[in-house]
Design a protein around this ligand. Structure first.
Ligand SMILES: [Zn+2]
Length: 373
């Protein structure tokens, strides 16, 4: 059995240190590889770390892995990057293929075990081509039922709080409130900075930085293959590929191409400000001759049942309330923090083993199709 703590770290600093130490190994293959560090925010030592190398003779393709767009989800992403460097990188041809690995896109969120940034922004709702593209009145349902989603008072005794929320949500399953939060999950909301699924009033520094890498890779390489690692969505202990319809292939077609079932295609009409979608738009507008594959890969935790969905919303809403309003009940704090870990970074060995195994399947499938590994 593999020791899981070699891959899955318990704090941001350790995870980052392990990533930085991968540089030597990458340099064995790409002697010109370098480590770049971009400070995000100014109150703490938080950085986005990038290992990057161009191909030795011809920049035909680049493998681009990103992690930690949703803070806490970055621990699994970092594990996958380490696995890739140790087990899969060896078979790549460095003369025609470059590499770009990114650790901790939202370093503050990773350090503080939150999904969002220090500005409460869900980064994957924050990528727009132009600032004026940020939709202001996108989600009327959310606004109508905002008392469910906006924290106004401290978290009470957890049992009471959960019952209240479960009732509000399940009663609301057929009405505006539930539709509102379901829609907000995809569309984001751009009005309430203390609410869940906030996409931001302006571009986050992390988004600006990642956009510059998207541009640099499209500039330098003929083909860009991007795998963005996340957690929570999809069947428990399995990986799900989530891709913008801009990929130009149907869900059924993709299932055939890659030989797996867990593939979801989303439309930019229902998901706003997604980073992979931004990548496709940039390619379309400015690099029409370049080839891009960009998708999210999600390691499922709660599963896909209606019960799992309720549990997910409960966790997200209470965690946000706890962050802004606190609680006088230690058990409430404990329960919420534990449930957040269960959702985005489960501590059981079975899940961690599944992440590594499923990541291997996804890497072999996607990079194998490109004849990279
Ligand atoms: Zn995510």
């Amino acid at each position: 059995m593999i020791a899981m703590n070699k891959y899955f770290h318990s704090n941001y600093e350790e995870s980052r240190e392990t990533f930085r130490n991968l540089l030597t190994r990458v340099q064995n293959k790409w002697p010109n590889a370098e480590l770049y560090q971009k400070a995000i925010g100014d109150s703490e030592d938080n950085t986005i770390d990038v290992i990057y190398a161009e191909a030795a003779t011809s920049n035909d393709k680049v493998v681009f892995f990103t992690s930690g767009e949703h803070g806490i989800e970055g621990y699994a992403g970092a594990a996958v990057i380490q696995l890739f460097v140790e087990d899969y990188m060896e078979s790549i041809d460095p003369s025609t293929t470059g590499i770009c690995l990114i650790h901790g896109i939202n370093p503050w969120g990773m350090k503080h075990f939150r999904r969002v940034t220090e500005n409460n922004v869900d980064l994957n709702r924050n990528y727009f081509l132009e600032k004026q593209d940020i939709p202001m009145d996108i989600n009327r349902n959310y606004e109508k039922e905002s008392q469910i989603f906006l924290p106004t008072k401290p978290v009470e005794e957890i049992g009471k709080e959960k019952t209240k929320l479960y009732e509000a949500l399940s009663k609301g399953m057929m009405n505006e409130g539930y539709k509102g939060i379901k829609k907000a999950k995809g569309m984001g909301q751009f009005e309430f900075e203390r609410g869940v699924y906030f996409g931001g009033f302006e571009e986050e520094p992390s988004s600006t930085y990642i956009k510059s890498w998207q541009r640099q890779l499209l500039d330098n390489f003929s083909t860009v293959i991007h795998m963005d690692w996340h957690t929570a969505l999809g069947p428990t202990n399995e990986v799900t590929m989530v891709v913008s319809e801009k990929i130009g292939e149907s869900e059924e077609g993709l299932k055939d191409t890659y030989g797996w079932e867990n593939i979801q295609v989303f439309s930019p009409d229902t998901v706003k400000g997604d980073s992979t979608n931004h990548f496709y738009e940039l390619r379309e507008d400015e690099y029409p001759t370049k080839r891009l594959f960009s998708a999210l890969f999600e390691f499922g935790t709660f599963g896909t049942s209606r019960e799992a969905e309720l549990r997910e919303f409960t966790t997200i809403i209470l965690e946000n309330q706890l962050y802004w309003e606190g609680t006088e009940y230690p058990e409430s704090r404990e329960w919420i923090q534990e449930e957040l870990m269960n959702m985005f970074y489960p501590q059981d060995e079975e899940w961690k083993e599944a992440v590594l195994k499923e990541a291997g399947v996804a890497i072999k499938s996607v990079l194998g199709k490109e004849k990279i590994v």
